[in-house]
Design a protein around this ligand. Structure first.
Ligand code: P1T
Length: 379
């Protein structure tokens, strides 16, 4: 079945009780049993809910995985994967990650004696060099937030397999429409479904997808035992969102390519980070492991905070806001917004400076978006 068809149909048969064509929002916390020890597969919504089941099946199909599990946020999904670890275990992570993920690693799970080592995500051998007898998990994002760097998933997956490590890839920026980490050798895919999957900036959610029976059973246990589960309406919103994922992603990319070209040629801009640009240091790798480059761009302006302030406060269509992946365009300042909790030394090393701006290119008219950035830059 093709991607577009899966997004609309997998897990979404007409409702068996009523024939409703669209999966109903099963807005219930509990289920009446037919008798002691007899129920229809659901007993309590934290453990399972039919609207969530539909979404979990659809997401598994889109990533080419066997199992999907949904969470109340992307960080809820990440935390539930990390719950598989024990005190003394070590994680090797790519150095450029969403700031909230780094905060969760450094300020929550570190307290339980789990060690996180950050390595240059663009150098697969750096992952290998950092392995110790205590390493259990490799964590990476690609493309990364906010520098749009690319990690070679296949190369890192070979290293993970050879050393009996779990490889988890946060696929939020690419979405399964443009990249399928499981096909490239990853064991687990994590998503913030808040972003492209939901697609309309009206829901917060997360997901974990795998083809491993063992990993699925473990994360499913933590989904229920820790309880970061999405409500039925939130599950329904993401399920509705993914039906149009393919058409939205095409337009996000079409717009982003043109916006990136415009920015790359603007005299007030030093550097544009977009894997679709030939100037991107890993453009060839991105072409190899992704089927498109997505809608996220970051760029460094020639100037200090006053120019940054003028731009981010000067756009009329791009809204100054955190998050990404919705139909509407957003603009943000990672240093003071999404990456405020990343240690300064790590930020400086990556180039997450006061001069860096990040945009999530929406699906509005291309010329409107370019003209909006132009007027903000030329003010
Ligand atoms: O916000 P939440 O749904 O919990 O997802 C966390 C998360 C995980 N992974 C990546 C790559 C992310 O970008 C995020 C959330 N990011 C933002 C809110 C942001 O503006 O970058």
């Amino acid at each position: 079945m093709e991607f577009e068809t899966k997004a609309i149909h997998v897990g979404q048969d007409p409702d068996s009780a009523t024939g409703a064509t669209i999966t109903p929002i099963y807005q219930t916390s509990t289920y009446t049993h037919d008798g002691l020890g007899k129920h229809k597969g659901y007993d309590y919504t934290r453990a399972g809910n039919p609207t969530r089941t539909a979404l979990e099946s659809a997401l598994a199909a889109l990533e080419g995985g066997k199992y999907g599990l949904c969470f109340s946020s992307g960080l809820g999904a990440t935390a539930s994967v990390l719950c598989m670890l024990k005190a003394g275990d070590e994680v090797i992570a790519g150095d450029d990650l969403y700031g909230g993920t780094i905060r969760l690693f450094n300020k929550v799970f570190s307290n339980f004696n789990i060690k996180f080592t950050y390595v240059d995500g663009t150098d697969s051998r750096a992952f290998e060099k950092a392995i110790t007898p205590r390493t259990k998990l490799i964590w990476l994002e690609t493309p990364t937030n906010p520098m749009l760097r690319i990690t070679d998933i296949k190369a890192v997956s070979k290293i993970a397999k050879a050393n009996n490590l779990i490889l988890c890839v946060d696929n939020t920026f690419a979405s399964p429409y443009f990249q399928k980490p499981l096909d490239l050798g990853a064991d687990i895919v994590v998503h913030s479904t808040t972003k492209y999957l939901g697609g309309h900036s009206d829901v917060v959610g997360g997901a974990v997808i795998t083809s491993s029976d063992d990993l699925h059973e473990k994360v499913k246990f933590y989904q229920k035992a820790v309880g970061a589960t999405p409500g039925p309406f939130d599950s329904w919103l993401v399920l509705r969102g993914i039906k149009t994922l393919a058409v939205r992603m095409k337009k996000h990319e079409e717009n982003a390519k043109q916006v990136a070209e415009f920015l790359a040629n603007h005299p007030k801009i030093n550097k544009v980070n977009y894997p679709g640009l030939k100037s991107h240091p890993q453009h060839e790798l991105a072409k190899k492991q992704m089927s498109g480059f997505g809608g996220m761009i970051s760029f460094e302006v020639k100037g200090d905070k006053s120019l940054v302030k003028k731009i981010v406060e000067g756009t009329k269509i791009f809204a100054l806001a955190e998050s990404l992946g919705g139909v509407e365009s957003l603009i943000g300042h990672p240093v003071s917004m999404t990456h405020v909790d990343v240690p300064q030394e790590q930020r400086n090393k990556l180039g997450i400076t006061e001069s860096l701006i990040r945009i999530s290119v929406g699906i509005e008219g291309t010329d409107d978006l370019i003209n909006d950035l132009k007027q903000a830059l030329d003010k």
